[in-house]
Design a protein around this ligand. Structure first.
Ligand code: AMP
Length: 303
């Protein structure tokens, strides 16, 4: 079996989601679920996460059928992490109705031996103190460590989140999270603060409006794909993150030009994810569809 190139650590959960276009109950979700699936389009990917005794076997089979490593998924005697959220017509704003951490509260990530040499590591959404512990389990510093965070952790542990930003090579956040963490309304200033924390690049996601890439010398703005058919934006941030790291692992080039390509590829995968609930759209996504949408992206950004 092929060696795992990208290790994705984060939550796996059962989500209940309501959008203006429908409702889905107890469907497969969580940061690691979306990120690993997105990464697996490009590179051999393994998940490190925790599930509860009520987690349906069919969801584990689903990962395996798509070639995603599940040996790092721990089974707890407690219930599975459950998130309930709602969106209005502004799909950039997720309203959390309920967060039941359940087994995720006890998550102490243990990387399988064979994952500890991986070159690409994604620290998805979970406790920032534990995100930091994961790095100490790696046998060598990975070539690229990408981290993510969210308001839940910025509110409760801002100092630890800042430590994660300093430790990771790329700390992903969306516009609202960047404003909250750096206490500024201005995204350029927030990006500068990320760069001051030893990052070569700062990436700030702007939901359906695209994303910004900053380095000390330049910046790049990727538009959002103008989607006509949005059903559920849950997991778009994680799909973006997973495809970004997966693409970089596949192409093995960390210069700015390739980061720009990675960002457009990641925006493409994230846009597909919004076309259905849970991982439904990504699981039927064809390589040709990805290629065609990237070509369209090129067209809409050329002038
Ligand atoms: P996003 O990509 O930001 O839309 O992330 C959506 C996913 O985050 C959902 O599938 C949730 O299960 C997961 N999630 C929500 N709250 C938390 C939390 N506090 N910790 C970890 N994961 C979470």
């Amino acid at each position: 079996m092929k060696k795992v190139e990208v290790v994705i650590v984060g939550s796996i959960g059962l989500d209940t989601i309501e959008t203006p276009f429908g409702k889905a109950e107890n469907v497969l979700g969580g940061s690691a679920a979306y990120a690993s699936f997105a990464s697996s389009f490009f590179a051999k990917t393994g998940i490190v996460s925790i599930i509860g005794k009520d987690f349906p076997q069919k969801n584990l089979d689903f990962f395996e059928e798509h070639g995603i490593g599940i040996e790092g998924i721990e089974k707890s005697a407690k219930g599975t992490f459950h998130w309930e959220g709602k969106y209005g017509f502004d799909v950039n704003i997720a309203q959390t109705i309920k967060t039941e951490l359940n087994s995720l509260a006890d998550f102490n990530p243990q990387l399988p031996e064979s994952y500890r040499n991986a070159d690409f590591l994604f620290l998805g959404n979970f406790d920032p103190e534990k995100q930091l512990q994961v790095l100490s389990q790696m046998k060598k510093r990975p070539k690229l460590v990408v981290s993510d965070t969210m308001n839940f952790y910025i509110s409760s542990k801002p100092e630890k989140v800042l430590e994660v930003v300093k430790t990771a090579d790329i700390a992903l956040m969306n516009d609202a999270e960047a404003r909250q963490l750096f206490k500024t309304p201005n995204l350029v200033k927030a990006a500068k603060k990320i760069l001051e924390l030893d990052s070569e690049f700062a990436i700030i996601k702007k939901g359906e409006h695209g994303c910004l890439l900053f380095s000390k010398k330049t910046h790049f703005a990727a538009p959002g794909y103008p989607l006509e058919n949005i059903i559920d934006p849950t997991g778009c941030g994680d799909s973006f993150a997973g495809s970004l790291i997966g693409y970089l692992a596949k192409t093995k080039n960390l210069n700015e030009k390739n980061f720009r390509k990675a960002i457009i590829t990641a925006s493409t995968i994230a846009s597909f994810n919004a076309e259905d609930f849970s991982l439904n759209r990504l699981s039927r996504l064809k390589k040709t569809e990805i290629k065609n949408r990237i070509t369209e992206f090129k067209k809409i950004t050329k002038f």
